[in-house]
Ligand binder design. Structure first.
Ligand code: 13P
Length: 258
């Protein structure tokens, strides 16, 4: 199985989101093998987009959530509210929120626990900055973020957590990480996960890559066994680009017979 997650960020309003959702559904038409596909519109577009993707294989994700079930938290959105509009996945700890909005490892940890307790699937983003990358601190940063996000997490039954490795220097920059670099980090994450979650299968914790993914480079990542999918930003709001990514994914799935 391969997973594609479209993170539309704050790029499209309601009308454009509806059109984009229709376009995204069309990219799946006529395909024998399709990936697990999750689209993450802005909060205000969720209920309209839900109408488009209802009764399709496409799932709905949110770009954030609060860690309390309800209460006096002005401006925040709860898991229950998201469930009301059909959301089953939530992106947590995106670097843009860590950097621009001061989200800490502790806040992200609380969100992960809460999302799981509400039977939703967290997509946890981790990744190092350019400076940390150049200083050779990638593994150290990844370890800290991962251990913090996943402490006290126990995956029961078919519960899942998706991990997205998104190096900050590759996000929105056009500077894509090399397949070799991603594989090296994914190997490291996988070995950490084996320590943290003995007996949990890798399908329960898929590892995705994100950062300047486009229609041209997607295939190179997706064909790797250690890369379970992609978290796509800019190219997910350009329907022709996203179509190429879905197509690349289809080719990989057919080649692998999965
Ligand atoms: P880009 O694909 O625009 O680099 O963004 C990646 C990302 O942040 C997805 O969450």
């Amino acid at each position: 199985m391969k997973t594609l997650i479209a993170n539309w960020k704050m790029n499209v309003g309601i009308r454009e989101s509806v059109a984009l959702a229709r376009g995204t559904l069309l990219t799946l038409r006529g395909r024998k093998l399709i990936p697990e596909l999750v689209i993450c519109p802005s909060f205000i577009a969720l209920s309209e987009v839900r109408k488009i993707v209802a009764r399709s294989s496409v799932s709905l994700g949110a770009q954030n959530v609060f860690w309390e079930p309800s209460g006096a938290y002005t401006g925040e959105t709860s898991t229950r509210m998201l469930q009301e509009v059909g959301v089953s996945y939530v992106i947590l700890g995106h670097s843009e929120r860590r950097q621009e909005l001061g989200e800490t490892d502790e806040m992200i940890h609380k969100k992960v626990l809460h999302v799981l307790s509400e039977q939703m699937t967290p997509i946890v983003c981790i990744g190092e900055s350019k400076q940390q990358h150049e200083a050779g601190q990638t593994q150290e940063v990844i370890r800290t973020q991962l251990i913090s996000a996943l402490s006290q997490v126990y995956l029961r039954g078919s519960e899942r957590v998706l991990i997205a490795y998104e190096p900050l220097w590759a996000i929105g920059s056009g500077v894509v990480a090399s397949v070799g670099e991603v594989i090296e980090v994914h190997q490291f994450i996988r070995s950490l996960l084996q320590e943290l979650f003995a007996g949990v299968s890798s399908q329960q914790i898929p590892l995705l890559y994100g950062g300047s993914v486009d229609g041209e480079n997607a295939y190179g990542f997706l064909r790797e066994e250690l890369i379970d999918g992609l978290l796509v930003g800019g190219a997910s709001v350009k329907i022709n680009q996203f179509k190429d990514i879905v197509e690349a994914c289809g080719e990989v799935l057919e080649a692998q017979g999965i």
